[in-house]
Design a protein around this ligand. Structure first.
Ligand SMILES: Cc1cc2nc3c(=O)[nH]c(=O)nc-3n(C[C@H](O)[C@H](O)[C@H](O)COP(=O)(O)OP(=O)(O)OC[C@H]3O[C@@H](n4cnc5c(N)ncnc54)[C@H](O)[C@@H]3O)c2cc1C
Ligand code: SF4
Length: 352
């Protein structure tokens, strides 16, 4: 029987990698987690947390020329704020290429924790309408899972991560297992009342968010203090991140080996058994290559980077990825659609 270095390898330490490592370690597997970026330890490495503008270069706002030069991609993730640039790739040093007629922005927070450190923390469920949309509209393939099959897993994650929200009974936005919602402020209540009166049946609700409203002492986490500095890291552990939630749980088992600065280049594949047998990495500091073997590999490097690794995974002497039997690998990828917003101003007099 083949022997392996680890029972499982998890590529990437972001939101999905953190959960995979936690679950596998808790089931007793010896797990290697490989992360291309640098180490970021909970609390210790949140170097701008709690700092005021007077304690930051440029009072917390990067000069526009510097943003255009180094952080055009990342500014869509908030990296134009000085207190957060250390969580994003510098575009000039890590360039990507695309056809000018088809531009896209790839926000790459490459470090231990990945995007879990900087995400917006809005934690919504898909509804059965989303899972059935392809089939109903006649596009592509239907989802191989249904909402009812996924719902218990939503509950499991919500309860463990600590999601705050209100139960509303909306078909398009199913209710979950929530801590109490964050209360609306005066202006939000003002809009809610008028909107719901003007459009019967329409609801304005507090967002469902991974900023906790109750403590989780068993996880060493305290509720959100409403400081609005989440994307710098939170020592209270008040929002869900790999660092505050899944990594401590995985480490507690003593089954986890976490290596940072390890760029996975491709999956190793045995054509005889038709199984992935491990991964090849390049150490970002020494440039040395190394192969780690395992019984299973979880590819959690995010939509774009996981595809990149699969495209690089070829049979010896082969031109094409062994994972591309359909010829569609690298097509139709959705990384992240966001920043749809609207705003207005409410005159003071209306609120008093
Ligand atoms: C600014 C912003 C706000 C967002 N807000 C929300 C929100 O409010 N709600 C929501 O649901 N979603 C939000 N998202 C999306 C959410 O963050 C992602 O869907 C989620 O993080 C994806 O998890 P992941 O584990 O696939 O990838 P990531 O969290 O990106 O983790 C991938 C990890 O893999 C590592 N990696 C990549 N390539 C390699 C390699 N070759 N070798 C080794 N490691 C590698 C990366 O460095 C990274 O650490 C937001 C995203 C952004 C950018
Ligand atoms: S989660 Fe709450 S306490 Fe933590 S940084 Fe964000 S606003 Fe502050």
């Amino acid at each position: 029987m083949a022997t392996y270095d680890f029972d499982a390898i998890v590529i990437g330490s972001g939101i999905s990698g953190g959960w995979a490592a936690k679950e596998l370690c808790e089931k007793g597997m010896k797990v290697l987690m490989l992360e291309r970026g640098r180490m970021v330890e909970h609390r210790k490495d949140y170097i701008t947390e709690g700092k005021g503008p007077w304690q930051l270069p440029y009072r917390g706002n990067l000069p526009p020329a510097e943003v255009e030069r180094d952080y055009v991609m990342a500014k869509w993730g908030g990296a134009n704020l000085t207190g957060q640039t250390h969580y994003y790739n510098n575009d000039r040093l890590n360039p990507i290429d695309f056809e000018n007629s088809k531009p896209f922005r790839w926000v790459r927070p490459n470090q231990v924790g990945g995007k879990s450190l900087i995400w917006g923390r809005v934690a919504l469920r898909w509804s059965h309408i989303d899972f059935e949309a392809n089939k109903r509209d006649g596009h592509g393939s239907p989802w191989p899972v249904t909402y009812d099959e996924i719902a218990p897993w939503y509950s499991y994650v919500e309860k463990y991560a600590g999601i705050a929200g209100s139960k509303e009974g909306l078909e398009q936005l199913p209710d979950g297992e929530y801590q109490p919602p964050h209360p609306m402020n005066v202006a939000e209540l003002w809009v809610k009342e008028r909107l719901e009166r003007a459009i019967p049946g329409r609801k304005l609700i507090s967002t469902r968010t991974a900023n906790m409203t109750e403590d989780k002492p068993e996880q060493g986490r305290a509720r959100c203090q409403s400081r609005s500095m989440c994307a710098r890291g939170c020592s209270f552990g008040a929002y869900f991140s790999t660092q505050s939630v899944t990594l401590p749980a995985a480490r507690k088992t003593n089954n986890l080996t976490l290596l940072s600065d390890q760029v996975v280049t491709n999956l190793e594949y045995d054509p005889k058994t038709k199984r992935v047998t491990g991964v090849r990495v390049v150490d970002a500091n020494t440039m040395q290559a190394h192969v780690y073997t395992s019984r299973i590999v979880f590819l959690c490097a995010s939509a774009m980077a996981s595809t990149q690794i699969l495209l690089n995974s070829r049979l010896p002497g082969g031109e094409r990825s062994f994972a591309d039997s359909s010829g569609l690998l690298g097509h139709y990828i959705m990384d992240h659609a966001f920043r749809t917003s609207f705003w207005g101003t409410i005159p003071d007099a209306e609120l008093s």
